[in-house]
Design a protein around this ligand. Structure first.
Ligand code: NAD
Length: 372
């Protein structure tokens, strides 16, 4: 069931095209701070409830990142793996036309599961408005404004800055700080690269094929080389291989989950020895689990502040900025806001997530008051 409260959702839209068979959902949660921003996912079982809860998460994420976007999300009910490129393009184009009146004044789309830069190009071309989506290809331009693809590493860069702030908050110098990273994909790789450059010691990483550990520190460039040839981190020679789940139990200063949801759970929460957890992935632990970690003295930087680099990059694309503008803007949004969240959490003895939600709500309420 969709929950309606003082924030929204303002609009819950379901669309259907009998010609293509497209079935889509758009939820505009809250537009107090700006047009609702959130990606489109294409999965066979995406529901109105799922889209509504993701739209709410975007409302808080954008408010906390201090970008003039509200929260929204879309879903297209289809199995991408069973569609040809042409069939998928037809469905995406049909969805783009169906929600044309909403974009970009009330809704701005972006990539999400099974929707990448190509689909964003199809989307904007079908509804005729280049500003209706972000995460477009770099060579798709109108005037001076071009697309900024997600692959640039803005999310990993934001995770890196959140980590620096959390280390300072905990009084741990970055130089020599030990780090474990679950998932050596887009987010994990960039976070590892920046942290290693800053002097941290990456002692453990994992991917879909396994995990490795070396107390002396791993060579991140060597790992990137293995991955760019299509290999796995387990092909890194001369180190100990461990089960994937063991990465969550290693004694480290910083643990960065950057792959899957719910990886820290009832089964392993008591075994976590990391002093800081920076959530690169979305919801790597439920709120209850985060509470337990907090009570045990672990600092948990929540996903909606740590991984906001991607949506901040979308904002830069939306205002016609260049790829080079993204990094300083990500840093200028993520650093002060991570600090704010951690300080409020400490002062009020609440979890950083609770502190973050409080701050996001205050920003929305204050903006609403100004509008009235
Ligand atoms: P990605 O597909 O580039 O990388 C995921 C990595 O996780 C891959 O290396 C894969 O091998 C690894 N993996 C899969 N199963 C694993 C397992 N069981 N154990 C360990 N590793 C495993 O994805 P990404 O873009 O880096 O996204 C990672 C997470 O970050 C997702 O939760 C995503 O929702 C979140 N996120 C990403 C962005 C972004 O801009 N890319 C923004 C916000 C949040």
């Amino acid at each position: 069931m969709v929950v309606f409260d003082e924030f929204g959702p303002e609009k819950v839209l379901q669309v259907y095209d009998p010609v293509t068979g497209m079935r889509g959902i758009t939820v505009i949660d809250n537009t107090t701070l700006g047009p609702g921003k959130g990606g489109i996912r294409m999965t066979p079982d995406v529901s109105v409830e799922e889209v509504a809860s993701l739209a709410r998460a975007m409302t808080f994420k954008n408010a906390l990142a201090e970008i003039p976007f509200g929260g929204a999300k879309s879903g297209i009910i289809a199995d991408s793996k069973k569609l040809s490129r042409e069939e998928k393009d037809r469905i995406v184009a049909s969805f783009a036309r169906a929600i044309r009146r909403l974009v970009p004044s009330t809704y701005i789309a972006g990539p999400d599961m099974y929707m990448g830069e190509h689909e964003m190009e199809v989307f904007v071309k079908a509804n005729g408005n280049i500003k209706s989506a972000t995460g477009k290809p770099n060579d798709l331009c109108e005037g001076y404004a071009c697309g900024i693809p997600h692959e640039l590493g803005s999310t990993g860069y934001g995770v890196y800055h959140s980590t620096l702030v959390a280390l300072e908050h905990a009084g741990i110098p970055v130089s020599g700080a030990t780090v474990a990273i679950e998932g050596f994909g887009n987010v994990g790789t960039f976070a590892a690269e920046y942290l290693a450059k800053a002097g941290a010691k990456i002692i453990s990483v994992s991917d879909s094929r396994g995990a490795i550990v070396d107390e002396k520190g791993l060579d991140v460039q060597k790992l990137i080389g293995i991955k760019s040839r299509g290999g796995s981190v387990v092909e890194y020679s001369g180190v100990m291989k461990i089960p994937q789940e063991a990465i969550f139990e290693i004694e480290v200063d910083v643990l960065i989950p950057a792959a899957k949801p719910n990886v820290i759970n009832e089964r392993n929460v008591g075994k976590v020895k990391a002093r800081i957890i920076v959530e690169g992935a979305n919801i790597p632990a439920t709120f209850e689990i985060e509470k337990k970690l907090h009570q045990a003295g672990t600092i948990v930087v929540p996903d909606f502040i740590a991984n906001a680099g991607g949506v901040i990059s979308s904002y830069v694309e939306h205002i016609g900025g260049k790829a080079d503008d993204v990094f300083p803007i990500v840093e200028s949004k993520i650093c002060p806001n991570t600090k704010l969240v951690l300080e409020r959490s400490k002062r009020n003895s609440i979890t950083p997530r609770e502190a973050g939600i409080e701050i996001a709500k205050e920003r929305i309420f204050n903006a609403k008051r100004l509008h009235l």
